[in-house]
Design a protein around this ligand. Structure first.
Ligand code: RAM
Length: 358
């Protein structure tokens, strides 16, 4: 619990209240001392934009919140950050129910489950709250649109190619994922399996196991250690989670393991593990800018609330801080999404430059 409270205090520049669910309220007016009871737009005329990350204590989530908060406040809005107690749908349902009671104007959620939030998000939309996702989506019926960091197939293709390259085209590989219900990781894993099943190039690679570290450093460490014990010939671990890859990188590097690593990681957490030689566990990895993803989510929330977009395919809006205009497009699940950009590769040539950014 201490860790969660500390992370809230660190990430919110103007944290004004703490409540059940780890909610914090910040405002473009720093003298405001709002409590949960007066966060609704009617109390002082300011619109209120909530964000519900996957979990507390994950620097990636804090970067998303940072970007979200910057844009909402620059546009005169008030931000409520509601961190769930843990990375589960149940904990997010508690947060969302509280936000509905507070009468916020919008909720942006990084979902811990694709379907389990449907009832509560439908309640939110029925109450006039604009609902969108960022980072990890809910099903099409439960959202207006989704700030997607990168195309699912693009992420999966980049990871498949990295596993192939690092393994030398053949041998055993395994996955260390986040939680077993996480929409984003499951989509990337399913797409990786499909790409590998449908291209003979990957026929000599064998996916031996998928383990879940729940975006908890300790569990991610434990499952990585177990993979090394259970599969002595393992050549590559792919961790499509910033928490999982950082934990796995340390395990492999400390052990001097011949098993190498790739996946999705924060440069700030992975710099010491990125390298081409035997002394480093991760030759290269990918990510996008989580601060920019938070900014994109903020622009979506603002546009939904002011009516610039409804979330329908073809809607457009500007995102000046991201230097571009965006279009809402059809997503593969029948809903819509807005794609931030392509995944970016981090390797020894650029990791020093990026490690201080995010
Ligand atoms: C973790 C989270 C997040 C995911 C990144 C790559 O921080 O699971 O949802 O997008 O990894």
């Amino acid at each position: 619990m201490k860790k969660k409270v500390l992370s809230l205090l660190l990430c919110g520049a103007m944290v004004l209240s703490l409540a059940a669910c780890g909610s914090s309220t910040s405002s473009s007016s720093s003298s405001d001392s709002s409590s949960d009871a007066d966060t609704s737009s009617s109390s002082d005329g300011q619109k209120v934009y909530a964000i519900v990350p996957k979990s507390a204590g994950n620097p990636y989530n804090e970067k998303e919140v940072e970007g979200f908060t910057e844009i909402i406040e620059a546009n005169g809005g008030k931000v409520v950050v509601s961190y769930p107690e843990d990375a589960t749908a149940d904990a997010q349902i508690t947060c969302i129910n509280s936000l509905i009671s507070q009468g916020v104007d919008s909720i942006a959620v990084a979902a811990n489950d694709e379907n389990a939030l449907q009832a509560v998000l439908e309640d939110a939309m029925a109450a006039g709250i604009k609902v969108s996702c960022l980072d990890s989506s809910v099903n099409a019926a439960s959202r207006e649109t989704f700030a997607n960091q990168a195309g699912v197939t693009e992420v999966a293709q980049a990871l498949c190619d990295a596993v192939y390259d690092i393994a030398g085209g053949e041998g055993q590989w395994a996955i260390v994922s986040a939680s077993s219900q996480a929409t984003n990781q499951n989509a990337w894993i399913d797409a990786m399996k499909e790409i590998m099943a449908n291209d003979s190039k990957y026929a000599s690679l064998e996916l031996v196991d998928v383990q879940y570290g729940d975006d908890e450093p300790e569990l991610s460490t434990t499952v990585t250690q177990a993979l090394l014990t259970n599969y002595p010939d393992l050549k590559v671990i792919c961790a499509p989670t910033t928490v999982g890859i950082a934990a796995a990188a340390k395990v492999l590097q400390d052990a001097g393991s011949s098993c190498k690593l790739t996946g999705l990681g924060l440069p700030s957490e992975m710099a010491e593990y990125i390298g081409d030689d035997d002394a480093h566990s991760c030759p290269y990895m990918f990510l996008w800018n989580p601060i920019d993803l938070g900014k994109l989510s903020a622009y979506i929330s603002l546009a939904l609330v002011d009516g610039t977009i409804t979330g329908a395919a073809g809607d457009t809006f500007s995102a000046p801080e991201l230097d571009t205009d965006y279009e809402v497009t059809e997503a593969s699940d029948g809903g819509t999404e807005v794609i931030l950009g392509a995944p970016f590769k981090f390797d020894p040539s650029n990791i020093e430059e990026w490690k201080s950014v995010y």
